[in-house]
Design a protein around this ligand. Sequence first.
Ligand SMILES: [Fe+2]
Length: 172
Amino acid sequence: MNSDNDLQIAGDLLEVPHLLQPPREHPATVAEFAGLARAIAADRAQWADLVRYDATTRWYHRLRTGPGYEVWLLSWVPGQGTGRHDHGRSSGVLTVLEGSLTEHTRRGARTLTPGAQHVFAPGYVHEVVNDALEPAVSLHIYYPGLTEMPMYPAAHAGAHASPSCAARPVTA
Ligand SMILES: [Fe+2]
């Protein structure tokens, strides 16, 4: 039984191209930014050979830029951390690629491992530390690109604040 309110599409929808949205070159939604991070994480050829470990300072590399956003690759040797900070007016997606990182917030601590993604809004305060015995690698997407990283006093014992974490460009 049909009525005027029924919509039926017969045949292959892909053969009706004017009904389909064109693929976007750049992400524009939270889900698309998270998807970009997952795609990069899954394609090790894009980043694995770029990673460097530096015991004297947190290492970072700008992997990609797009309209209003930046993608950063970071490495963390054991003990390295950000200090407690926010991200100014930037929102972000944090994705661990290798190893594990511990995130401290006022709600407590949690361990981030490969596959986990963490999305945060502007003004979100946290501290990220490599508490493990192995180096870690992470991917950070900021929208808009990170231009400031205000620092706060440590909120927990055992914080490992890197003196370089406020250097520009700032990432974490
Ligand atoms: Fe951060």
